[in-house]
Design a protein around this ligand. Sequence first.
Ligand SMILES: *Cc1c(COP(=O)(O)O)cnc(C)c1O
Length: 344
Amino acid sequence: MDVITLIRKNILALEPYSTARDEFQGGNISVWLDANESPYNNGLNRYPDPHQKVLKEKISGMMGVPAESIFIGGAGSDEAIDITFRIFCEPGVDNAVAITPSYGVYKVAAAINDVELREVQLNKDFSLPVEKLLDAVDKHTKLMWICSPNNPTGNAFPKDDLIRLADGFGGMLVVDEAYVDFSDKGSVISDIFSHNNIIVLRTFSKAWGMAGMRAGMAFAVPEVIEFFDRVKYPYNMSSIVQDELSRRIEEGTGNQIEEIKEWAKIMYEELPQAQCVEKVYPTDANFLLVRVSDANAVYDYLIENGVIVRNRSKMPGCGNTLRITIGTPEENKRILQLIKDYGK
Ligand SMILES: *Cc1c(COP(=O)(O)O)cnc(C)c1O
C-alpha cells in the first residue's frame, strides 16, 4: 500500500523547522553560541536533543524495533493521537472511524482538528464488529482507531481481527496498545513491517508506572514516522524527561505487572460474590468493568467511604457500569469488602 498518498498535501510539502542543533552536527565544538541559550551551566541551560537519540536507542533495544520506527511524544500518547489526525486528515473533508465505547481522546482530538469521527458500536459482548467497521469507511476515511485492550471494556481483540482490518482498509489503522503489557493476547507491533498502514501507540503511563512523566510512543514504518517528526513541536520532550526515562528503562520496570494481573484475576473471581454486582467483564488490562444494580448509588457509596472509581454508565453498551482500576493489595481488599458490604 502506498501510504504516502494518504498524507495531507500541506504536510507532504512541509519544510520542518530546523533547530540550531539540526543545522550543525558533529565536529569538535566546545563553544556553543548558535542557539541563544544561556551559557551558564545550571544543568538545564541547553536545549534538549530534538530527536531524542539516546532515549530512542533505549526504547529500540527494549522493544526490538529500529529507532527510525519510533516516535516519542512529550505529552503522552495523547500527543501521538493529535499528530496522527494532523498528518492524515484534511479538516472539514476527511473522516475517521473508531469503535465505541472507547478512549475519549480520539473524539476530542478529531473535533479539535475538525474531523468527523464515525463511531461504530462494539458488539454486545464487546467483540469487534469487523464488517461494520469496514462498512463505515468511505473515500475520505483516512484513519481507523482501535484500542486493544480496549478502555473501558478491558478486552483485547484477536490479532486476526486487527489484521483483517489492516488488510481490508485503505487508510491507516491505529492500534492503541496502552494496556497491552497486561494482556496475554499479544501485540501487533511486529506487524508494522508487513503492514505499512498500521500505527501502534504505547505509553509509559500505565504498566510502566510513569503517568507523571508524560511520555508516549508511536510505532510505524520509517516513512510514516518521518512525518510525526516533521509535525511535532521541535523540542517536544524536555531533557529532564529524556534523561530520567532513559535511566528508568535501563533499570527495568520491576514486577508489578504480574502482581496487578494476579489481582485482576482475584477481583474478577471475588466481585460477583457481592450482591450488587451483576456482571464482571473479563479483562486483559489493569482495570475491570463491573455492572452493578445501581451504578450511581454504588459510586456515591464508594466516595463516601473514600474510594473513587470511574462511572462509565453513560457510555454506549455500558449501562450501570463502574470501571475499577486494580490498586495495591490493600486497596483491592478494601474496595472488595466495601462492595460486598454495600446495602447491608
Ligand atoms: C491511559 C491511556 C492512554 C495513555 O495516555 P497518555 O497520554 O500516554 O498518558 C492512551 N490510550 C488509552 C486507551 C488509555 O487508556
